[in-house]
Every structure is written in C-alpha cells, then in structure tokens.
Design a protein around this ligand. Structure first.
Ligand code: FAD
Length: 285
C-alpha cells in the first residue's frame, strides 16, 4: 500500500515509529512491545535504521513482521551517510524481497570516528537514486526548528524542496514541543511550493534522561510551560510520565484541531505510553 494515499481522506492519521533492538540484544526482545503496539492499529509503522548500516537486517525483519504478522503497512527507514550505492541497493533488494514498498530516505547522522562514504551526500540524492531504481514509495524527514547543520532557515527549506522534487511523497517531522514552530514551518513549506503532506513528530517525554539526550541530539527548544512541568516532577518518575503523556495529548489535540495531515508518534517502543495517547485521541481523528 502506498502510504501517501492515506492522506487523501480529509482526516488526521496517527502513525508510530519503532526501533530495532541494540546489536547486543536479540531481535526477539522487541517482539512483545511490537505486538502490543500493533494491537493499537496505527495507520502505519516506521522502523528506524542504524546510520552505520549495521542494523539494516533487523529493520527489514521487523518491517516484514509488521506487514505479514499484523497486517499493518510498514515504512523502512534507510540511511546513506555510511553506505555505498551497492550497500543501499542490497538493502532495497531485501526490502523488496519482503514486500516492503515504503521507505523513508535519510542521510543519517554523521557518526563520530566514522568517515562518511561518498556515494551520497544528501538525502535528496538517495531519494533520486531510489526513485530511479523504482518500485518504492518514498518519504523524507523535515525539521520544523531547522536542521542543526543547516546554514539558515531559508537554505534548509530550499534543500527540503530538492528532496520533495527528487521524489519524497510525504514528510515526517523531527519532534518539537511548541506547536507554533510546526505551524510556522508548514507555512514556510507551502510558500516554498512544498505541497506534500507533512506529519508532525511527537515524542512524549517519560523520563529526565530522555529529555537531556533529546535536546543534545536534535536541539529541540523547550517552551517555559514544558520546562516548568519537567522541573516540578523530575524526582517523581511516575508523575513525570503522567505529565509527559498529558503534554503530548495536549499537543496532539491542538494539531488535530488545526487539521494536520498526520501525527507520527515516536513510541520509544513503549506500548503503555502509546496506548494512553492513542486512546486519548482516537475519537478525535
Ligand atoms: P538531508 O535532507 O540530507 O539534510 C541534512 C542537512 O544537509 C540539512 O542541514 C540540509 O539543509 C542540508 N542539505 C540537504 N541538501 C542539501 C544540498 N543539496 N546542498 C546543501 N545542503 C543540503 N537517523 C538514523 O540514523 N536512522 C533513522 O532511522 C532515522 N530516522 C529519522 C526519522 C525522522 C522522521 C527524522 C526527522 C530523522 C531521522 N533520523 C534518523 C535522523 C537523520 O538521519 C538526521 O537528522 C540527519 O542529520 C539528517 O538526515 P536528512 O535525511 O534529513 O538529511
């Protein structure tokens, strides 16, 4: 199924992201969480990919399981920063052999101490390569608060347009905690002629370690309201989780009321949190 067809109905869709286990854990270690997440019947599930290329087999196996065991459409992430054309081609071939039709084409983060390969410099080049190969529906990533390496807001949007022109049929956004940044970003996209559906990335905060990691990795800005909640409950893990869920639900309700195409929930493989949010917004979609 072509995921971009899901946006044709005039309603917001809810989709999930899951990640394969670390190299040190067996793939089966995520199966319990996966079963519970699939029982929530999201519109589709995306499966992340290690930028080192190491977890490619697990991405494919998990995406195939989502499709064949749970009858939910998967989208496999694929990165190119540390891959040659031949390696990308091999991953695409194994996706194809497993009936995985949708891919999220990414550059991937530059891994410290790992010299990037040179076949692809940007996600737009990977998108063009996959498009030329044929047989896949392609999505791309976008950054409401501007990609951390971008020269400025304008060049980031110009670069995003190149990715869409190369074949990205819809976009999934980086996480954010202030919905206004997403609405302003969406406006900039439309002004630049980027007219594909854009899904809003929502990551419920459930512990303090996660907040620190997230801010250092993607530079998401934290609104005062959010910081106040996190500070108040930093020593009470249960209350912090409840507050994190409530904050995410509040963001989702506002996004749905504003008619966004979709909400992509970064589940962190946590079915409890995904269930609470799904149940809270299900009737609003
Ligand atoms: P690009 O679109 O290539 O952009 C990277 C930078 O280059 C930007 O600053 C952009 O402005 C600039 N740029 C782009 N094109 C040009 C050009 N032609 N000329 C000059 N500059 C240009 N990482 C993983 O390793 N695995 C995953 O599974 C994964 N999943 C993700 C899912 C989502 C929804 C998101 C938002 C991110 C994900 N990431 C993942 C992280 C992502 O790989 C990083 O954010 C990475 O730094 C950029 O990837 P990109 O595909 O957006 O890159």
């Amino acid at each position: 199924m072509k995921i971009s067809d899901l946006y044709k109905e005039d309603k917001t869709i809810l989709s999930f992201e899951v990640f394969p286990p670390k190299k040190t854990s067996p793939i089966e270690s995520v199966y319990g969480a996966l079963e519970e997440l699939c029982s929530l019947k999201p519109a589709y599930i995306s499966v992340t990919y290690g930028a080192g290329g190491t977890a490619a087999d697990n991405t494919c196996a998990i995406a195939a399981k989502i499709k064949h065991d749970y009858n939910i459409e998967p989208i496999a992430h694929i990165t190119c920063v540390n891959s040659s054309k031949a390696e990308v081609e091999a991953s695409l071939d194994s996706f194809k052999a497993n009936d995985i039709e949708n891919v999220l084409a990414l550059r991937g983060d530059i891994v410290p101490d790992m010299e990037p390969k040179t076949d692809f410099k940007y996600a737009s080049e990977l998108t063009e390569f996959i498009k030329k190969k044929g047989g896949f529906h392609i999505a791309g990533a976008c950054y409401p608060e501007v990609h951390p390496e971008a020269k400025d807001e304008v060049s980031d949007i110009i670069n995003l347009k190149k990715k869409v022109d190369a074949g990205a049929e819809f976009l999934i956004s980086q996480l954010f905690y202030d919905n206004r940044t997403f609405y302003e970003f969406e406006k900039r996209c439309r002004l630049a002629g980027i007219n594909v559906p854009i899904e809003a990335g929502i990551m419920p905060v459930i512990n303090t370690k996660q907040i620190q990691r997230m801010v250092s990795l993607c530079g998401a800005s934290l609104p005062a309201k959010f910081v106040r909640i996190m500070n108040r409950y930093e020593n009470n893990p249960e209350a912090l989780r409840e507050a994190g869920i409530a904050y995410a639900v509040d963001q989702c309700v506002d996004l749905i009321a504003n008619g966004v195409s979709g909400i992509h929930l970064y589940t962190m493989n946590n079915p409890y949190v995904a269930r609470r949010i799904t149940e809270a917004v299900d009737k609003l979609l």
